[in-house]
Design a protein around this ligand. Structure first.
Ligand code: MG
Length: 396
């Protein structure tokens, strides 16, 4: 069997997605992959177009060898652009292998270790009462784990916004750490008072704190028994994890912008974190994500794979397949897709009472219609910038 083409599809059915289709010389046999990188999709698309000629004529069954070929082809290894492009290829190759074997990808990875993949969803509001109402709503839907934020602008410590500098660019958010550091513990005092101690609640600090501020937050959150505190530090402050560990037993999570095992490994080996938030989409696909979870296992690090607006339905299917199988599973961030995405993509994973279920069809069981995707052309979009109240960039 040979790869005959790598098709690159940029589409915006309500949100931008970058899909890939690895075509083979066997009639009707192809694999679907995804390389969506929120705010940077056209750059990954170009990386894929650049890499594609290296794959034409090669055997799509040799996933491990092709992974290393794509990872090492450029000498300039790694980084989110290349690892997202690599993920698009790798996920498509696993899809091909599943279709060829007549088995769902989760079977190729070892078979189901759980009935369903427990997911969390996001509760937010302008004040703690609104967040509580939202959390109750999600609990009634069946969610066993809920991320809780508060604030008038979506609850991430953002206190205002500045208008876009030019049309087509996003408004800039205004963030101050003091109101955030005072508000987050108050939110959880309210939630635990109203919702009790049993429901699994957690919070995302969005990598916006200085290490000493993060240490204060993990300490103050301790009485509220968080499932974990997400992103108390930005990845660059790796050497400050011991400070957080020293002051609190609040479980810690990071990794949504990690792109390889090399960022994960020191956190595992030093036992600095409890949950790893990387996912197949941005670490080079299922091949690497599976290895990272094996590396995590002896260090009692569990998965909390990233989702939110940063993945599309093909990457979600890859995450759910792997999360169905791994022994050190923690939770999956659930992503709801815009309605037009269901028009373009078929076989999207189902959510029932807080659990996601992999598709039972051979491969990943998802597919997209290129003609329908073309009806939703890519819309240029950027990630938001964060400034302080005085107008300076938020540098921490
Ligand atoms: Mg986060």
């Amino acid at each position: 069997m040979k790869i005959t083409d790598v098709r690159v599809i940029l589409t915006c059915p309500g949100r931008n997605y970058l899909f890939a289709k690895v075509m083979t010389d066997e009639p009707g046999l192809y694999g679907v992959g995804e390389g969506t990188l929120n705010g940077s999709e056209p750059i990954v698309a170009e990386a894929l177009r650049h890499i594609a000629p290296l794959l034409i004529g090669r055997d799509p069954q040799q996933i491990e060898d092709l992974w290393h070929l794509v990872y090492r082809q450029g000498y300039w290894r790694g980084g989110p652009i290349f690892t997202s492009a690599l993920a698009a290829i790798d996920i498509a190759l696993w899809d091909i292998k599943g279709k060829q074997a007549g088995l769902p990808v989760y079977q190729l990875l070892g078979g189901k270790a759980r009935d369903g993949v427990m997911c969390y969803s996001h509760a937010g509001g302008r004040d703690p009462v609104e967040t509580e109402d939202h959390a109750r709503h999600l609990m009634a839907e069946g969610f066993k784990v809920v991320r809780c934020q508060v604030g008038p602008y979506g609850g991430e410590g953002v206190i205002g916004e500045r208008p876009p500098i030019s049309p087509g660019t996003p408004a800039e958010q205004v963030y101050e750490p003091t109101p955030y550091l005072l508000g987050a513990p108050k939110l959880f005092a309210h939630l635990r008072d109203k919702l009790g101690m049993e429901i699994e609640l957690f919070h995302d600090a969005h990598e916006q704190l200085a290490p000493i501020e993060a240490a204060r937050l993990v300490k103050e959150m301790e009485p509220y028994r968080l499932f974990f505190l997400e992103d108390p530090l930005m990845p660059e402050h790796r050497e400050s994890w011991p400070l957080l560990r020293a002051v609190s037993t609040t479980p810690l999570a990071i990794g949504e912008i990690f792109t390889s095992r090399w960022e994960c490994l020191p956190l595992f080996m030093n036992r600095w974190i409890d949950f790893i938030r990387m996912k197949p989409l941005h670490v080079g696909g299922l091949t690497e994500a599976r290895k990272i979870m094996i590396l995590a296992e002896p260090f009692n690090v569990r998965s909390a794979f990233h989702g939110a607006a940063d993945i599309g339905p093909v990457a979600q299917a890859a995450s759910i397949a792997l999360q169905s199988v791994i022994p050190n599973f923690g939770v999956q961030e659930w992503t709801r897709f815009p309605a037009p995405a269901y028009e373009v993509v078929s076989g999207i994973c189902e959510m029932r009472r807080g659990y996601a279920y992999p598709n039972e069809r051979p491969g990943l069981g998802v597919d997209f219609d290129e003609e329908k995707a073309a009806r939703y052309p890519y819309q240029r979009a950027y990630m938001p910038l964060v400034r302080r109240a005085d107008g300076s960039m938020h540098v921490y």
